[in-house]
Design a protein around this ligand. Structure first.
Ligand code: SF4
Length: 184
């Protein structure tokens, strides 16, 4: 048992290091740092409740100060833009500009993961299981969230915020995600 856990830990570490190395190589080619492309990539997948400095720092596991510095660089160079929340004026949302989106797309295409798509369901299950067993939550999608309500075909409401969600919204990563009891 201990041997198999150690082997799983080894392969997770290898995969994670490999992926980060490929991202770092792409970032260097673009004249950016790894954290910059990690932020750009995150902003392509997060929903409107999860696009703040605080949430990015939680997702990437880095201090808010360090993320703020990286965001400043990305904003100054036209990769991202900020907008004030319409209700809570203390909150600023971050979004990709066309330039930032194009870098994020190039990064996705720069890593050849051909054939790996078959592994997605298993990877999602593994991620959810590790999060649950280690008392971590968040950053899942609406599909597996206990707050997701589907009043009609292609019609969704978030039971936590009582706001409507589009078909596109429900595919995005959310910091408020809480897994279904028996699911992910
Ligand atoms: S249903 Fe869950 S994952 Fe979707 S927006 Fe609401 S809290 Fe987030």
């Amino acid at each position: 048992m201990a041997d198999s856990i150690s082997a799983v830990s080894h392969w997770l570490e290898r995969l994670s290091a490999l992926h980060r190395n490929l991202m770092r190589r792409f970032a260097a080619e673009e004249g950016l740092q790894l954290v910059h492309v990690e932020i750009l990539q995150y902003l392509t997948v997060c929903n409107r409740y999860s696009d703040t400095t605080q949430t990015i720092s939680e997702y990437l596991g880095q201090t808010k100060g360090s993320i703020s510095q990286s965001l400043g660089h990305l904003e100054e160079n036209g990769f991202i833009k900020r907008s004030q929340d319409k209700v809570d004026k203390r909150v600023f949302h971050l979004a990709l500009t066309a330039k930032g989106n194009s870098v994020a797309l190039r990064m996705l295409n720069s890593i050849n993961l051909e054939g790996a798509d078959k592994l997605e369901p298993a990877l999602k299950t593994m991620l959810a299981s590790i999060q649950k067993k280690n008392g971590l939550k968040g950053f899942g999608t609406c599909q597996s969230c206990k707050f997701n309500q589907s009043p009609g075909k292609n019609s969704f409401v978030c039971g936590l915020t009582n706001e409507k969600l589009s078909v596109d919204d429900v595919k995005k990563v959310c910091k408020e995600h809480e897994p279904l009891v028996s699911g992910e």
